[in-house]
Write a protein that binds this ligand. Sequence first.
Ligand code: ADP
Length: 532
Amino acid sequence: MASIQQGPNGPVLVLKESALQQKGKDAQQNNIAAAKLVAELVKSSLGPRGLDKMLVDSLGDVTITNDGATILKEIDVQHPAAKMIVEISKTVDNEVGDGTTSSVVFGGALLARAEDLLKKDVHSSTIVDGFQAAADKTLEIYSQLAKKVLPDDRESLMKIATTSMQSKLISEDSGILSKIVVDAILSIATKKGDVYSVDLENIKVEKKSGGSIQDTQIVKGIVLDKEIVHSGMPTKIENAHIALINSALEIEKTEMSSEIRITDPTQMQMFLEEENRMIKSMVDKLHDVGANVLICQKGIDDIAQHYLAKYGIMAVRRVKESDMIKLSKATGGRVISNLDDLSENDLGSAKLAHQKKVESDKWVFIEGCKHPQSVTMLIRGGSQRVIDEVDRSIHDSLMVVKDVVQKPEIVAGGGAPEAYAASLLKDWADNFDGKEQLAIKKYAEALEVIPLTIAENAGMDPIDTMANLRAKQNQGRKWTGIDARNTQIADMMAINVIEPIAVKEQIIKSATEAACMILRIDDVIATSGAPG
Ligand code: ADP
């Protein structure tokens, strides 16, 4: 559709002939419909009784997951407003790691309520103002509601990790896995004053199919999915002095092709001996500085392997750069490019370097490192698909435990805080006039969609359940929520369904932001070919 405006000298063509334009209510309605559809898509996977999705990509690869962010990452969303909803799940995932499904469901619920108001001729700016005021108030309510815990309180952290696993494939194994997750986070957490910080980069994840999820373990150190290069080398070294080299232990090939003319067999012999001598001097250097383990980012040739084995040095080659960096951090060693520069001070140290069988492979484990702030999580499971989902769920769990260690405040789950905030918001809305009051009340209704959906997904009657829940909360039992496992309402704090306040806050912020952004749009202009 071309857009023609009248200028002083006649009509002016503002948009190209082929541009598509949707204005006002049409644009808003389409955007809201698209965003609601995305929310509808993930709704049935919310909560511990939510169902999984099987996603099949164009190559036929299958992903089975219950994680909102993963579902939305895999599906190819076309509509621009729908894409904005997908963005919410990404932001929440990056910031706090959990709460992705909730934020999308809540975002969709906000837009559905906004649609009701638009139909009643409430202007979108009024709705946006009301929603934003309600969001600020909700955050205030949450912060008063939250319970403070100690950042290194293992028991609370375990409950947090277990709750995040409840809705996942791994819920059966959450006992073992949450212990591993909490161990991992507490061993890498660093303290400055009273504040802890956690860098998840310090946790290396290795996956190996075979065994069961219960065989997943944490290694306080680094695991390399490589085997020792030579069978004559020791497979176990205690008190390891580790050289980290990022150049090859080989005679370098020249860039240009050159020719050496040899006229006499002794010259040939000398040539080979010289090569041998050069390689031996490299290995001698390692031996002289006292290295008994060599981790090399590049290749190690046969002659070097032979001499290394003779000296009893354990060597691993072609290690990933990211692993070299992790090893450097963990062992306190320095990654050296030129062997001539290597000195004793550059060596890292660890209590034990050894090769262990993992299924049919042999991997090298570097344990008891100088700085214990590096751990490896060795994820196991029956098949690659299971392992991938375990990996995603463990990531979410690591994130929520990290959230609490960094901001040690918690709330109960199962929709309790949402229902609580909704009821206070409804009362608070009475302070406002007219249409803004309506918008705030609608915001409260949208918050209730979280407990409502958890109940619905558990097969409970949503209306009765919500009525009972409200009644219990009004009697002062603020942690009353949906106990989806036993299909009843319960004190969620008492049954240990606990979440970080950081997750709840992020859900509010991201979903409100996206919903308001979509509501502010009253004009969609697409060049030809773009989805409308
Ligand atoms: P998200 O991606 O939003 O984390 P989930 O599918 O993991 O979505 O569901 C999380 C919701 O399920 C949270 O509101 C959480 O409090 C709730 N939840 C977790 N465990 C239970 C439980 N046992 N009973 C009821 N609700 C639970």
